[in-house]
Design a protein around this ligand. Structure first.
Ligand SMILES: [Zn+2]
Length: 70
């Protein structure tokens, strides 16, 4: 098995389309184009990337940060 946590399903808030995406490990994805309705998704306030806002798995950078906090 190879890094299942680097896959996240982004659900578009506009059209509800769910798209499986691979997260970049070394950077945050700030903009995401919905493949279904072409809306440009941006992170919600307080979130660092679209995976944190709309994905079912938080981005690797965020999880690392949370792990360090405790
Ligand atoms: Zn959409």
């Amino acid at each position: 098995m190879s890094e299942p946590h680097l896959q996240s399903t982004i659900v578009c808030p506009y059209c509800g389309a769910a798209t499986r995406e691979t997260m970049p490990v070394d950077s945050c994805l700030y903009f995401y184009d919905c493949k279904s309705c072409n809306a440009v998704l941006k992170p919600r306030v307080g979130d660092c990337c679209v995976f944190c806002s709309y994905g079912d798995v938080r981005c690797p950078a965020k999880r690392e940060e949370e792990a360090r906090r405790c």
